[in-house]
Design a binder for this molecule. Structure first.
Ligand code: HEM
Length: 260
């Protein structure tokens, strides 16, 4: 059989994946499923791009890292703007099938947690959310034990002549990123002395800001759709999500800004 649009992209299989739980089917549930599946595809791409940017940073491939971060921040902006589509669903529209979701929640998105881990936001407690030896658990454990984008960014700084302190070089990969004055100083000097690297630093900041925007827009969407109700995942809902706001994944890029 020759290759066609349909069999190359597995369109038949793809469009068969949106199976509503409501019976009779509630109109808005199809939107709800499609948008979550689209998010998961973008998460998949972001993880793929992050694997590439790590190598680019470690090998000091500046143009490559700029191109990859450009793509990643553009996907991030799309993730934010897509929430507009979901906000066309009213609280009544959501309520028409919400009970059918049982305890299912975006909170259980393994790829989102992989994404957080790969960026340096690590919490061992997240691993317990997935059954051990399931594909999700295996993927998460791998990311948990893997060096992060920030660890690879430290390699990049070393390639640019900055001798980072031993506590950063030998940092336990399972620990979350913490801001460090030596990184802030290196970033400060690069901003002042290397315009090419400054472009990369701005793209990384765009990406970080985009992720914070996504969290903010998601909370607002949650507030307007379910108000003060608890989440299907069992958390306090919007109140829980508000605690995740305004936390950068590249803290040194934000700390340095008052000096620039
Ligand atoms: C009507 C739409 C939505 C509502 C009402 C909603 C509600 C919530 C709530 C209440 C939580 C907190 C955990 C819980 O108790 O369930 C949560 C977490 C989460 N949701 Fe949504 N959500 C919606 C759409 C989405 C979409 C489209 C995505 C995209 C993948 C998403 C991804 C996530 C993620 C990743 C978390 C975990 C956030 C964290 O722990 O920092 N949600 N959501």
């Amino acid at each position: 059989m020759s290759l066609t649009y349909e069999n190359y992209l597995k369109i038949r299989e793809l469009v068969a994946l949106q199976q509503v739980q409501s019976d009779p089917p509630e109109h808005d549930e199809t939107l709800f499923i499609v948008i979550h599946q689209v998010y998961e595809l973008w998460f998949k791409l972001l993880l793929h791009e992050m694997d590439r940017v790590k190598i680019q940073l470690t090998t000091d491939d500046l143009y490559g890292a700029v191109a990859t971060f450009q793509r990643m921040r553009t996907v991030m902006k799309t993730l934010v703007s897509q929430l507009d589509i979901l906000e066309t669903m009213t609280p009544m529209g959501f309520n028409s099938f919400r009970a059918r979701l049982e305890s299912a929640s975006g909170f259980q998105s393994a790829q989102f947690r992989e994404f957080e881990f790969a960026l340096g936001y690590k919490r061992e407690s997240v691993l317990a959310l997935h059954e051990s030896n399931s594909a999700a658990h295996v993927a998460l454990v791998k990311r948990f034990r893997e060096r992060t984008v920030v660890d690879h960014f430290y390699d990049f700084l070393e390639q640019h002549g900055f001798d980072l302190p031993v506590e950063l070089k030998n940092k336990d990969v399972a620990e979350s990123t913490i801001a460090h004055p030596a990184v802030e100083e290196a970033v400060f000097r690069l901003y002042k002395e290397d315009r090419g690297v400054a472009i990369l630093l701005e793209l990384m900041t765009d990406f970080d800001e985009g992720l914070q925007e996504w969290r903010y827009r998601h909370v607002k969407m949650v507030e307007r759709t379910i108000g003060m109700k608890i989440g299907t995942g069992g958390s306090s809902g919007a109140e829980f999500l508000r605690k995740t706001l305004f936390q950068p994944v590249f803290p040194d890029l934000w700390n340095v800004r008052y000096r620039l």
